[in-house]
Design a protein around this ligand. Structure first.
Ligand code: PMT
Length: 398
């Protein structure tokens, strides 16, 4: 999505300019080609050499640069951009663009670009709440310019309040979203992720190695494609994807309650979670003491959440996962049929490079109509995109 994209990053003068360094790192790590434009004031805070080293491109600073102007620097940069980000964006730059002023390299390039422009403002709280600034921001929003809002906190000027530059990770996510087609706009998608934990006593539980990475990748990608996303997540160490509503659960019974309670409001349910099939029949209220060389824990079957959804009178579009170490096709096709699914993602977890708690998956998708598509090893982000492509294509036929 962001790989090989040309991103022009405008850096304005403010103490938050140093945070743009981390943003360049995130963008280049994701494969983007980043070209930095710095205002004169920005150069008071960070040197162009820092951005040049990280972006592997010369930094643009002067409007009338004899070498760059052989190809009319600001126009070629404006034309080349897939996305323009201004971070930190000062009240000054926002005021200038809102008024059509183009008097330096950054403002002329923004005025000349047809690419989406994403502003990440950072300023003193009183400047931010000033009606002149607010009017300028609203004007730009109406014209289609994008904003990643600042956050509240202690400001460099000593004031406390709104005006702190959003985290580089949040600006990065907003950039991804800006570059993504909104083909799932208007869709409501419920996604489950992670393991469940079935408690034996206050200190022990039965669980599995699911990290939640697959489900979270789906949630992030669906949100970026315009869907309203509810993520029902078992215990994981992952941060909530931006713009996604998350309900945290522990056991299969918790997950069942939340999924069934919400399913009617969703067009699509994707069950990437690894739900425990069994739970201890009794949860001991105190820590079990060891006695003897062996012990037995009586387990009882958990309800199958996905199968329950498949039995609804008007089930949502259902996508299940099957992680299999053997008989992948047979087991997955049985689950597709028994749970009345539209798609099953058959996950070959026989190797160490795919499935639980790694960044990659090797999957075979089987569809209700009998067709299938097989994919080799790829990142979970990429697989999430492919799964959503199939869902979007099938929903658009309805
Ligand atoms: O979280 P990661 O580390 O990224 O790993 C991802 C994953 C391997 C956990 C995930 O991609 C995956 O394959 N999840 C399904 C695991 C599995 O084998 O599920 P299952 O075969 O037990 O169940 C099949 C389907 O029914 C699943 O969609 C499951 O969510 C659902 N199910 C299962 C049992 C149950 N009681 N209720 C359910 O809804």
């Amino acid at each position: 999505m962001i790989e090989h994209k040309n991103i022009v990053l405008g850096v304005c003068g403010g103490i938050a300019a140093f945070k743009a360094i981390e943003l360049v790192r995130l963008l280049t790590k994701a494969g983007a080609d980043v070209h930095v434009v710095m205002t004169q004031a920005a150069r008071e805070f960070v040197t162009p050499l820092t951005f040049q080293t990280l972006s592997s491109h010369p930094v643009h600073t002067e409007l009338f640069n004899l070498i760059a102007e052989q190809e009319i620097g600001h126009i070629s940069l404006a034309d080349r951009a897939d996305l323009f980000i201004v971070a930190p964006a000062t009240a000054n730059i926002i005021g200038k663009i809102a008024s059509g002023i183009a008097d330096d390299m950054l403002t002329t390039t923004i005025m000349a670009t047809k690419a989406p422009v994403l502003f990440a403002p950072a300023m003193n709280v009183n400047m931010f709440t000033n009606p002149i600034y607010q009017e300028n921001e609203q004007k730009l929003r109406r014209l289609g310019y994008l904003f990643e809002a600042p956050v509240s906190g202690g400001l460099a000027c000593g004031w406390e309040g709104m005006g702190k530059l959003a985290a580089p990770e949040a600006i990065f996510e907003a950039a991804l979203s800006a570059l993504t087609d909104k083909d799932l706009a208007g869709r409501n998608i419920l996604i489950t992720a992670g393991p469940t934990r079935e408690e034996i006593d206050p200190v022990r539980y039965i669980s599995n190695h699911s990290s939640g990475k697959m489900g979270y990748a789906l949630a992030r990608a669906a949100q970026q494609r315009g869907a309203r996303v509810l993520l029902i997540s078992g215990p994981t160490a992952l941060a909530k994807p931006v713009g996604v509503h998350r309900i945290s659960v522990t056991s299969a019974a918790d997950m069942l309650r939340e999924v069934i309670g919400n399913a009617a409001d969703y067009d699509v349910v994707i069950k990437a979670a690894a739900v425990a099939d069994y739970r201890p029949q009794l949860r001991n209220s105190t820590k079990l003491k060891k006695k003897g060389d062996t012990t037995t824990i009586e387990l009882v079957r958990n309800p199958d959440i996905l199968a329950g959804l498949g039995k609804m009178e008007q089930p949502p579009f259902l996508v299940g996962f099957a992680a299999e170490t053997d008989a992948l096709v047979k087991n997955s096709l049985e689950k597709l049929c028994e749970k009345n699914l539209d798609i099953i993602v058959a996950n070959d977890v026989s190797g160490t490079d795919a499935g639980f708690n790694v960044d990659t998956n090797r999957a075979h998708l089987f569809f209700k109509d009998g067709s299938s598509s097989e994919y080799g090893l790829m990142t979970k982000d990429r697989l999430a995109g492919i799964i959503l492509d199939h869902i979007a294509a099938r929903l658009s036929k309805d």
